[in-house]
Design a binder for this molecule. Sequence first.
Ligand code: TRP
Ligand code: SF4
Length: 327
Amino acid sequence: MQKKGVILSGMRPTGRLQLGNLLGALDNWVKLQEEYQCYFSVVDWHALTTDYEDPKRIRSNVQEMVVDWLSAGLDPEKCIIFKQSEVKEHAELHLLLSMLTPLSWLERCPTYKDQLIQLKEKNIATYGFLGYPLLQAADILIYKANAVPVGEDQAPHIELTREIARRFNHLYQEVFPEPKTLLNVVKLLPGIDGRKMSKSYGNTIHMSASPEEIKNKVKLMVTDPQRIRKDDPGDPEVCTVYAFHKIFNLEEIEDIGEVCRKGAIGCVQCKKMLAEKKAEQLLPIYEKRQELLKKPEYIQEILDQGRVKAGQKAKETMQEVREAMML
Ligand code: TRP
Ligand code: SF4
């Protein structure tokens, strides 16, 4: 099939993925692999920019992440899945691009300033961390990607990538297309305590949770705090359980809202319904994961294949880049 263009995206290997990663990014990737030539990279060098003092989990997190990607439906027959540090050309392009990147472009990057403040406990006043977005630009440009699906927080990095591409093309020759930002559609998903879903609050749910884990997490979800007895009228719009019904049980959403407002359903019952729907929909992911965990050599095979395929394209681009820069 003729593909519509090239897409690249990446994730830092941070451990098991959460439901938010599935709904916010992976579901989207799974669709994109049908129509575009997609490259999906586990960016372990990027992980090292913040975790260089304690890198011991990075390697196992890479395996873990590939397992989650495949469980969510990425298909190595349709897309290229690879580990960033295994395609060394990214490092060469990063170096060459660093020659033409004004320091101020990196220093003024909002994510840079932000992280310096937020990650106070880590010493990231390093050369590597300042270059984080440039390494990302190299990831993207080396495949001549036309579009990059990311969350809103990453938009400044894609903007920087376009600026770098423009500068390179202007200084030497037209080598790089300017990649578009494909913003992920965010479905609002609160944490189980009703706050923003975040690992640091410990209120998340793994996307590959077992039916048992799902049931337990749903039990812990906060509901309408004004509702004390089960026939008190409730307000579903302030309820975390209801927010999840909107995603996993859309066909019953109106009925549930109505019986909740009338006080005609108890929260225990309502949670039970949610847990069932959710477990049912996430079961294929859970099962796929269990199956993949038994075959670490298969994961390795996929990464080997990815390294070769991505490497091919990266090598081609680097030839052009070296030529353009008269090396
Ligand atoms: N910086 C991205 C993030 O934290 C990860 C990333 C690295 C990336 N290289 C990329 C995303 C290239 C898209 C394209 O989410
Ligand atoms: Fe939330 Fe359902 Fe209880 Fe209403 S009945 S408050 S929607 S859990």
